[in-house]
Design a protein. Structure first.
Length: 176
């Protein structure tokens, strides 16, 4: 999810609105970028798992695998390439005027955000068609379990401080 997400208007599915609110929480953006860059986390998928947790749905690693398969083509073919272009443009490579490169970068950032929104809408539409998860005692318990299931699915440990930040922000959002 990009910084532009924090400025976007709340529209779309309840999942998208959850994501916008959650991304605005203090320190969440930095923690998500750290998880993305250090552990290969798909932030949209992470947010989907947390949104499910907010509904007290605990997902298994096999649920996460099914969800991941559903959106991996879009993520790999569209979201990640757009993110790469946006990041390259941050340093305005080559003979392009830095001001013009920044204007172009802003347009790419908007496309990246729209690609992420479309991925989230696909995830939201997928949820009812798949029998995902089981009831959890609490949203907090489901959030911890869902993050652990994601780690198990990709066989990577996420940076613990980033996980702690995300789970703390999730708890704060749930209890306000």
């Amino acid at each position: 999810m990009t910084q532009a997400a924090s400025k976007a208007q709340p529209q779309g599915s309840p999942f998208w609105r959850f994501s916008l609110a959650f991304y605005r929480a203090p320190e969440v953006a930095a923690a998500c970028i750290e998880m993305q860059d250090e552990a290969g986390v798909d932030v949209n998928l992470l947010f989907f798992l947390l949104w499910n947790a907010s509904l007290k749905r605990r997902l298994s690693a096999s649920d996460v695998a099914a969800i991941d398969r559903h959106v991996s083509g879009w993520r790999q073919g569209v979201v990640i390439p757009l993110r790469g272009v946006r990041r390259v443009l941050k340093s305005a490579p080559g003979p392009i005027d830095p001001g013009m490169a920044e204007i172009f970068r802003t347009r790419v950032k908007e496309l990246e955000l729209e690609a992420e929104r479309l991925q989230q809408e696909a995830l939201y539409d997928f949820a009812p068609s798949a029998s995902l998860g089981a009831a959890a005692v609490s949203g907090d318990e489901a959030a911890r379990a869902n993050v652990a299931a994601y780690e198990a699915h990709i066989s990577r440990r996420f940076p613990q401080s980033a996980v702690d930040t995300v789970l703390r922000a999730f708890g704060a959002l749930q209890h306000r």
